[in-house]
Design a protein around this ligand. Structure first.
Ligand SMILES: NC(=O)c1ccc[n+]([C@@H]2O[C@H](COP(=O)([O-])OP(=O)(O)OC[C@H]3O[C@@H](n4cnc5c(N)ncnc54)[C@H](O)[C@@H]3O)[C@@H](O)[C@H]2O)c1
Ligand SMILES: [Fe+2]
Length: 424
């Protein structure tokens, strides 16, 4: 109870979230409540799929006029996004549907933004810079990972910026999310692995995010840090992913595992959409830019190193994670349980085929200083962990992740930080 007394809760979510096998049948009704002219943003691969044909039939039956835009590309270059906004102006929709992985959902969010507030989009890069509501969006994910169906973020690439950029605003939260695990069954193992790994990172980073005291009478930041409501969702997501990610990757037809992953990824999105993520995400930004590897491959590979680095300052939360994962010595110390959580997460990442270190991802040793420097520019994320947001903190994690040497980070109290030093 003590934790409730000195903590707080905050969630910002869609007006409605539907989850379950068959819930896709409700999309036309959900859309009809928001508008009558829909723009459907869909991944080109999925545009020829049976569930997508069923969706269009359902829209027809509900009397909704629609156009389809399937010019979704991974990494979403800003030029592609602004061209999509131009095309959408001609169609003049009053509701947007995003159907696909994180890339399709983010494009749908950015079109909803561009139609409401115009281009260029670089005016909105950063946090809380969207001036008002965007077009209503119904988000239908077909991967289990990004949580974009419930988050206030859209990510894109701009050649003027070295790193991908995020537009974060509560106005970007979809009005409705429809999460039907049946839609994820066809996702390839590599996508299931990288997206699923990212969902675990979202949950664990939300659960171990910095605890702050909100200034309630001012505009709150988009990401407010660890809080009671996000932590409850994050812990449940961790437990489910621990049980189902390996199974979903190794047998995509395992519908129970697919269902657990779809639900867990949704919960993780709800959690990190308010709490925020931290160091694995900050360091993945430059790693992704240099190696052109999927987002979740980088965040997932980095997570065990980040967990090892926070063990000394946040053993209690890592021990709770061990409990959720069903590992950890029942009678051991908090630190032993925390270490068991790190080992289990490293084992999950290895079992689903993620690279174990930065070198295996194609990073060269000479690039490490650049990675450290650029990670530190993603200030919001670096400052959202329980560690001091210093160059030394990031450098130790990056070095250990390059060498594949978690032991270099454990125990952190005998390294760069003094024993007993508080790192909040
Ligand atoms: N907005 C957010 O909150 C948020 C959070 C994390 C990541 N992201 C972004 O999301 C993107 C990654 O999204 P993703 O991992 O979902 O991948 P993705 O959307 O880029 O899709 C990856 C591939 O999987 C295919 N695919 C998707 N669903 C499928 C299915 N059911 N069956 C068969 N193939 C399928 C797609 O055709 C594509 O080729 C990155 O750009 C990342 O920056 C956004
Ligand atoms: Fe992520």
């Amino acid at each position: 109870m003590a934790e409730i007394a000195d903590s707080f809760g905050l969630l910002r979510l869609p007006d409605s979230i539907a989850f379950g096998d068959g819930s896709r049948a409700g999309i036309p009704t959900t859309v009809a409540a928001l508008g009558s002219r829909a723009l459907v943003v869909c991944d080109p691969f999925l545009a020829s799929s049976e569930p997508f044909a069923e969706l269009l039939q359902g829209l027809d039956d509900a009397g909704i006029v629609y156009t389809v835009d399937s010019h979704v590309v991974p990494e979403l270059p800003v030029k592609v996004v602004e061209e999509a906004i131009e095309r959408a102006r001609t169609a003049s929709p009053d509701v947007i549907i995003g159907f696909g992985g994180g890339s399709a959902l983010d494009l749908a969010k950015l079109i909803a933004l561009g139609l409401a507030h115009g281009t260029p989009l670089n005016r909105f890069y950063g946090e809380n810079l969207v001036p008002g509501p965007v077009l209503p969006l119904v988000a239908v994910p077909t991967t289990s990972g990004t949580g974009s169906e419930v988050t206030p973020v859209a990510v894109l690439a701009d050649p003027d910026r070295e790193l991908k950029v995020g537009i974060s605003s509560p106005y970007l939260i979809p009005r409705a999310a429809v999460v039907d695990p049946r839609l994820m069954v066809g996702a390839p193992a590599s996508v299931t692995a990288s997206a699923g790994a990212d969902a675990l990172v979202h949950a664990i980073e939300a659960f171990t995010a910095q605890k702050r005291t909100p200034t309630w009478n001012e505009q709150l930041p988009v990401f407010v840090g660890r809080n009671l409501l996000s932590s409850t969702l994050a812990l449940e997501a961790i437990a489910l992913i621990g049980r189902s990610l390996r199974r979903a990757v190794h047998n995509g037809e395992d519908f129970e595992a697919r269902t657990q992953m779809a639900y867990a990824s949704l919960l993780a999105g709800m959690a990190f959409g308010t709490a925020g993520t931290h160091l694995s995400h900050a360091i993945q930004y430059p790693v992704g830019a240099l190696t052109h590897t999927p987002h979740g491959l980088g965040t997932g590979m980095l997570l065990p190193y980040v967990m090892q680095a926070i063990l000394a300052s946040d053993a209690g939360h890592l021990a709770e994670i061990a409990g959720a994962l069903g590992v950890g010595p029942g009678s051991g110390s908090t630190e032993e349980a925390a270490q068991a959580a790190v080992e289990e997460v490293a084992s999950i990442m290895a079992d689903i085929g993620l690279p174990r270190d930065l070198a295996s991802m194609g990073v060269k040793e000479a690039q490490l200083p650049h990675i450290i420097e650029l990670s530190l520019t993603v200030r919001r994320l670096v400052a959202n962990s329980s560690l001091e947001p210093t160059e030394e903190t990031v450098a130790r994690i990056v070095r250990a992740a390059f060498d594949g040497d978690r032991e270099a980070l454990a125990p952190i109290t005998t390294g760069g930080l003094n024993e007993g030093e508080t790192q909040k």
